[in-house]
Design a binder for this molecule. Structure first.
Ligand code: ADP
Length: 451
């Protein structure tokens, strides 16, 4: 096992990785920007090192400086968390060239999955069902029109380099397609430096369902069931749960097996997530993309399986064979996570950083609650990064109990100093559609006006 691991990230995920290191007897190294010097993750790591100014491009995204910090602190491995450099194949390669272990899949797999058209081809070849659409990238509008005729409107033009819902436009007919084509390409070029696009049938009222996989470097892969993440605002997930009420156990195990097999065939290593949309009419799942990293919402999977995904990632990166089989993995109960962001609900959910004067939960809930927080009372949230301050996860024997635990927790939540999205989350948990499990991408239960 490694003696020292460097965490190329910040906030709650840095703290999460520190906890995993502690449990495995590994010394953790936090790298941080000048703006983050006072953050809890810096104090909690075994060692910390400042890597530059607040601006992420000069600190958390500065590959050379992070590698220098690793050399200077004699780290043996780098965990990238999520966001920042976590899906950067060049960085993964540089880490390996410096003879450090990369906590993630091989750089070639990151590259393959990073461009959506190539990812879809690979998923198809590995046996996963795709959303009907173009076979790959489109070279002109006439090709797009022809594919749209075949799959039927509405359709989506999507950016090959897409992320965060950018470079994606819907068209309801041939006239709209020309506009969608121009807009998607413009936005893709501006956001990602590439105007390459492809086309998919638009699945209205779909659910977002994703499977968690764990694969070792010996060719073994298992799935840890699915998470449902349909509740999103502007393509950002607000609330996630596991398992999904929309899959039968047979469907879950059948698709899980296909996902695990596909991951093994792709040479995947570590924790990964395969995302699908579920057609509301047929119930069929269609691949949309694979995320080659840990997901924000990984705790709900941990809560229902009892498997620590971050420890697993580190053990796999150290070369261990998977220490359990598919048959050993069971679903125990139900877990729901809400993301608390420091955003102002009165001002279109604008990020509103500030000093957190109080952050606590009244101990009213007797249920099982987990809080993965970036913050502590007295901490100033820097304005430069993500606005998520904590994830609150409720577990129950069943879905109703998980909802009740989380609702009670949110009622007892006290955050003073910064506005948060807690009210929005409480409204969702109380909404009849949510309680009934009737979830659709693009609809926020209890707050239709935000959808
Ligand atoms: P990104 O990487 O930009 O997040 P995705 O391909 O993961 O792009 O899509 C993001 C979201 O857009 C999905 O979660 C879903 O809500 C919506 N979406 C993507 N493809 C389709 C589709 N074919 N039909 C309907 N909605 C879609």
């Amino acid at each position: 096992m490694f003696r020292r691991l460097l965490i190329a990230n910040r906030g709650e995920i840095a703290r999460r990785i520190i906890r995993a290191c502690d449990a495995l007897g590994i010394e953790s190294i936090a790298v941080h920007s000048e703006a983050d010097a006072g953050q809890p993750f810096v104090a909690e790591a075994t060692h910390s090192i400042c890597i530059g100014p607040a601006r992420a491009s000069q600190s958390y995204l500065d590959m050379e400086t992070i590698l220098q910090a690793a050399a200077q602190t004699e780290a043996q491995a780098i965990h990238p968390g999520y966001g920042f450099l976590s899906e950067n194949a060049l960085f993964a390669r540089m880490v390996q060239q410096q003879r450090l272990a990369w906590v993630g899949p091989p750089p070639a797999v990151i590259t393959l999955m990073g461009e959506k058209a190539s990812a879809k081809k690979a998923a198809d070849a590995a046996g996963l069902p795709l959303v009907p659409g173009s076979a790959g990238l489109l070279s002109n509008i006439d090709e797009a029109l022809a594919v749209a005729e075949t799959v039927g409107y509405p359709v989506l033009i999507k950016a090959d380099a897409g992320g965060g819902g950018k470079g994606m436009r819907r068209a309801d007919d041939a006239a709209g397609l020309q506009q969608a084509w121009d807009e998607a390409r413009q936005e893709a070029l501006a956001s990602f430096g590439s105007a390459e696009v492809y086309l998919e049938k638009y699945l209205a009222s779909a659910r977002h369902i994703e499977f968690q996989v764990l694969a070792d470097s010996w060719g073994n892969a298992v799935h840890l069931f699915e998470r449902e993440c349909s509740i999103q605002r502007r393509h950002q997930k607000l609330l996630e749960e596991a398992p999904s009420v929309a899959l039968s156990h047979e469907q879950r195990m059948a698709m899980g097996a296909r996902v695990a097999e596909a991951s093994a065939r792709l040479g995947y290593v570590g924790a990964g997530t395969v995302e699908f949309l579920q057609d509301p009419d047929s119930g069929e799942l269609y691949f949309i993309e694979m995320n080659t990293r840990l997901q924000v919402e990984h705790p709900v999977t941990e809560e229902i399986t009892g498997i620590d995904l971050v420890q697993a990632q580190i053990r796999i990166a150290a070369g261990e064979r998977l220490w359990f089989t598919q048959d050993d993995v069971r679903i125990d109960g139900h877990a729901i996570e809400v993301r608390l962001n420091a955003e102002d609900p009165e001002d279109d959910f604008r990020p509103s950083p500030g000093t957190v004067e109080a952050f606590s939960f009244k101990p009213a809930t007797t249920g099982r609650l987990r809080v993965d927080a970036a913050i502590e009372p007295g901490i100033r949230i820097p304005p430069y990064y993500d606005s998520m301050i904590a994830k609150v996860i409720g577990w129950g024997q069943d879905r109703d109990e998980a909802i009740a635990t989380l609702r009670t927790a949110l009622e007892g939540l006290e955050v003073v100093g910064v506005p948060t999205t807690a009210g929005l989350q409480a409204d969702i948990l109380a909404a009849p559609d949510f309680v009934a499990g009737d979830l659709r991408v693009g609809v926020i239960p209890g707050r239709p006006e935000l959808s």
